[in-house]
Write a protein that binds this ligand. Structure first.
Ligand SMILES: C[S@@+](CC[C@H](N)C(=O)[O-])C[C@H]1O[C@@H](n2cnc3c(N)ncnc32)[C@H](O)[C@@H]1O
Length: 384
C-alpha cells in the first residue's frame, strides 16, 4: 500500500527535512506550511522513522476533507475504514488542533471524531465497547486549518528526537533534531575536525557522530507503526536490518566537545556511552572557551553558547560571542556556526554572518549564524 505521509518539524528546518527525505529516496517530497509531505510504502514508512534526523514525527495522512460543521467532521471520519486499520483492542486516542477554522472547541472536535471512529469499529467488530488495552497504538490527530480537516495517525509514537541516548538533561540542552539540523546545515563531514566549545550534555557532537558514521538515529528505539498489524513484521525487520548493515562500525572521527562545567561533561560522557560510540574519536573535556587553542587547519566549530536568557546574564553571554569572534579571526581556515537568540550576536562576534537562518530552539526564536571558512581542498563534501 502507498501511504501519504507528513514529516513535521520545527519552523526553519523544513528544507533540511525535505533534503533528508529526498536522500532517503522518498517520492513526491514537497513542503507545505511547515509540513513535508511525501509518499512511501510500508518499507518507506519504517525507513523514514528510523532515519529522519531533523523531523519531529512522521504522520500518516489518512484523509482530508472540507469541514465547517460537526456533522461534516462526523461524516468525514465515518468514511475511513477504521475497522480495517485498528485491531479490536487497539488504542486510538484522538487529539485535535484548530487554526483559522469555524470549529474551534477542541474537546468537542475530539469527542465527535472519536464517536465516529467508534461507530465504524462497532459496525466492523459487532460489539459496543472497546477496551483499548492492546499494544497496537494509533494516536489520531484531527488537524483543522482554514476549514479543511486532515485526519492523521502518528506513525512515530514518541517524538523522533527521542533517540534513546539522552536520558539525563543538562540545564539548557538542545533538542537532538535541531542539533542534527545545525550539523547538516554546515560544511562538516566525517573527515573534518569538529569542535563544540560549549558542548553541555554533548548533543551537537553526538548528532554529528551519528551522521558521520551513518548511524540511523532510530536504530535502538521503538515506533508506533511497529505495533500495527497492517505493517508486516518482516518489513519492520528489513528496514532495521538495512540500518544495521549501513552503520559504519569502523571509522574514527575527530569530534571534540568542551565545557567549563564538569557536571555537564559527566552527562556528555554518559550519553556517549549510551549511544555506544566510545573509542570512535569523540571526546569531552573540561576547558573554558578563554583557553581555546588549536594547531589544526580547517576545523569547524558548531555550537550553542549561552544566550543570556536561560543561563548567564546577557552581558556575560555577549563576552563569550566576542571570544568566539576572536577565535575565528585567529584561525582563518576555520568555520564557525553558532545558534543564538541574541539579535546583537554579530555585533559582539565582530563580523556579519555570511548566512543567517531563523530557527527555533524550543519556544525561543533564534538565528543560526554561519561563518564558513575557505573550502578544504579534495575532502570537502557538503552535507547540505
Ligand atoms: C546552552 S548550553 C549548551 C547545551 C548543549 N548544546 C546541550 O545540548 O546540552 C551552554 C553551555 O556553555 C557552557 N559554558 C558557559 N560558559 C562557558 C565558558 N566560558 N567556557 C566553556 N563553556 C561555557 C555551560 O556550562 C553550558 O553547558
Amino acid at each position: 500500500m502507498q501511504y501519504h505521509l507528513i514529516a513535521t518539524c520545527s519552523l526553519g528546518l523544513e528544507a533540511v527535512v525535505a533534503r533528508e527525505l529526498n536522500n532517503l529516496g522518498m517520492s513526491n517530497v514537497r513542503s507545505d506550511n511547515g509540513q513535508i509531505h511525501f509518499e512511501a510504502d510500508e518499507f518507506g514508512l519504517a525507513k523514514s522513522n528510523i532515519w529522519l534526523r531533523s523531523a519531529d514525527r512522521v504522520w500518516w495522512l489518512v484523509k482530508s476533507f472540507p469541514c465547517h460543521t460537526f456533522e461534516e467532521l462526523f461524516q468525514g471520519m465515518k468514511t475511513i475504514p477504521w475497522g480495517e486499520i485498528i485491531p479490536v483492542n487497539g488504542r486510538f486516542p484522538v487529539d485535535a488542533h484548530s487554526h483559522n477554522s469555524t470549529l474551534t472547541s477542541l474537546p468537542a472536535i475530539q469527542r465527535t471524531a472519536k464517536k465516529a471512529a467508534v461507530e465504524v469499529m462497532q459496525n466492523k467488530y459487532r460489539r459496543l465497547v472497546f477496551t483499548e488495552d492492546g499494544s497496537a497504538h494509533y494516536p489520531i490527530k484531527v488537524f483543522l486549518v482554514k476549514d479543511v480537516c486532515s485526519i492523521m495517525v502518528d506513525t512515530s509514537g514518541s517524538g523522533l528526537h527521542r533517540r534513546g541516548y539522552r536520558t539525563l538533561n543538562a540545564a539548557a540542552p538542545l533538542r537532538e533534531t535541531l542539533a542534527s539540523a545545525l550539523v547538516q546545515l554546515s560544511y562538516w563531514n566525517k573527515d573534518r575536525l569538529l569542535i563544540d566549545p560549549f558542548c553541555g550534555s554533548g548533543t551537537i557532537c553526538l548528532e554529528a557522530a551519528m551522521l558521520g558514521l551513518n548511524m540511523a538515529p532510530g536504530l535502538t528505539r521503538k515506533f508506533a507503526y511497529e505495533t500495527w498489524p497492517i505493517i508486516e513484521e518482516r518489513v519492520c525487520k528489513m528496514a532495521l536490518q538495512e540500518a544495521q548493515d549501513t552503520f559504519d562500525r569502523h571509522s574514527k572521527l575527530n569530534i571534540q566537545g568542551y565545557d567549563n562545567d564538569p557536571q555537564v561533561l559527566k552527562l556528555a560522557n554518559f550519553h556517549l556511552q549510551k549511544v555506544g560510540l566510545q573509542g570512535r574519536g569523540i571526546t569531552f573535556n573540561l576547558r573554558d572557551i578563554a583557553q581555546f587553542q588549536s594547531d589544526e587547519e580547517y576545523g569547524i566549530i558548531i555550537t550553542n553558547p549561552p544566550y543570556g536568557e536561560r543561563l548567564l546574564e546577557r552581558e556575560e553571554a555577549e563576552e563569550l560571542y566576542k571570544v568566539l569572534g576572536n577565535i575565528k579571526r585567529g584561525l582563518p581556515t576555520w568555520s564557525v556556526y553558532s545558534i543564538s537568540s541574541d539579535p546583537q550576536f554579530e555585533k559582539y562576534f565582530g563580523q556579519q554572518a555570511k548566512r543567517k537562518r531563523k530557527v527555533y530552539n524550543g519556544m525561543i526564536a533564534c538565528n543560526y549564524f554561519q561563518y564558513p571558512g575557505p573550502p578544504k581542498k579534495f575532502t570537502q563534501n557538503r552535507v547540505f
